[in-house]
Structures are given as structure tokens and as C-alpha cells.
Ligand binder design. Sequence first.
Ligand code: RTP
Ligand code: MG
Length: 137
Amino acid sequence: MERTFAIIKPDAVERNIIGKILEKVEGAGFRVVGMKKIQLSKAEAEGFYYVHSERPFFNDLCTFMSRSPVVVLALERENAIAKWREVMGATNPANADADTIRKEFGLSIEENTVHGSDSPESAAFEIPYFFSQLELL
Ligand code: RTP
Ligand code: MG
């Protein structure tokens, strides 16, 4: 069993489609081991996305991620990290495969509905960034 970290981003929470995303999560065989709705500060978004701090889109990304609440998720299944990336689809919804979350719900390369850890190292940073041991069940 492996764990990954996911976010239902502001564009999705604003459109009232948390349930539709969770249906995809469970439908793809993930167990929700942690879940909460939170409002990120700009600084918290910057800390979370620190690997992108030199990218041209960094400021816009952190403004977007802190403009309204998100739902953060710790997810478990076999091969969870790669599988969740597959279920999400490509970063740019225009390039995402059919039947992926970003193809179905993504609005733009930035407002692309969901986040997923890209490696075991990322998951090991991202899960404890948001969840304490006691919140993972
Ligand atoms: P994520 O980290 O959110 O799961 O997405 P990802 O791995 O597919 O993409 P990444 O390269 O890590 O980029 C992080 C997020 O930054 C926004 N972005 N905007 N305007 C742009 O060119 C651009 N490129 C990326 C997206 O919200 C992307 O998910
Ligand atoms: Mg990424």
C-alpha cells in the first residue's frame, strides 16, 4: 500500500463539485485516509509549492491556491502516486486524456481542479505539511 497527497483546488470547490471529485477518487480504488477543508494563506501556498518558487507562474499559482478554500486529501491504494497522476490527467486540461479529472473538469493550465504528489519524496513532504499522524486513519 502507498499513500499520496491530493488537493481539490479552489476552482472545483467554488463550483460545488467536491462530491464529483470524491466519486472519482473512490471509483479509482483509493481509500480516503485524511480529508479536510481549509483556507490556505498565500504564505502557506508558497511553502507548499516551494519547488516551483523560481517558475514564472509561481506567484499566480499561489494567489490562485489561496483565493478560496480547498479540500486536502491523503489517499491510499497500491501504486497510489502514479495511479492518482493517471486519474488526474495532464497539467493542461487541453492535453489531458479522455476520462481524466482534468479533461472533464479542468478550466485552464492553472485552474486544473486537482493536485497530486509527483513522487514518493513529494508525498512524504506534502502529507505531513497538512496532516498530523492522528488525522490519518
Ligand atoms: P500539481 O502539482 O498541482 O499536481 O500539478 P502538476 O504536477 O501537473 O503540474 P506542476 O508542473 O507541478 O505545476 C503546479 C501547478 O501550477 C499551475 N501551473 N500553471 N500557467 C502555467 O503555465 C502553469 N503551469 C503550471 C497548475 O495549477 C499546476 O497544476
Ligand atoms: Mg506538481
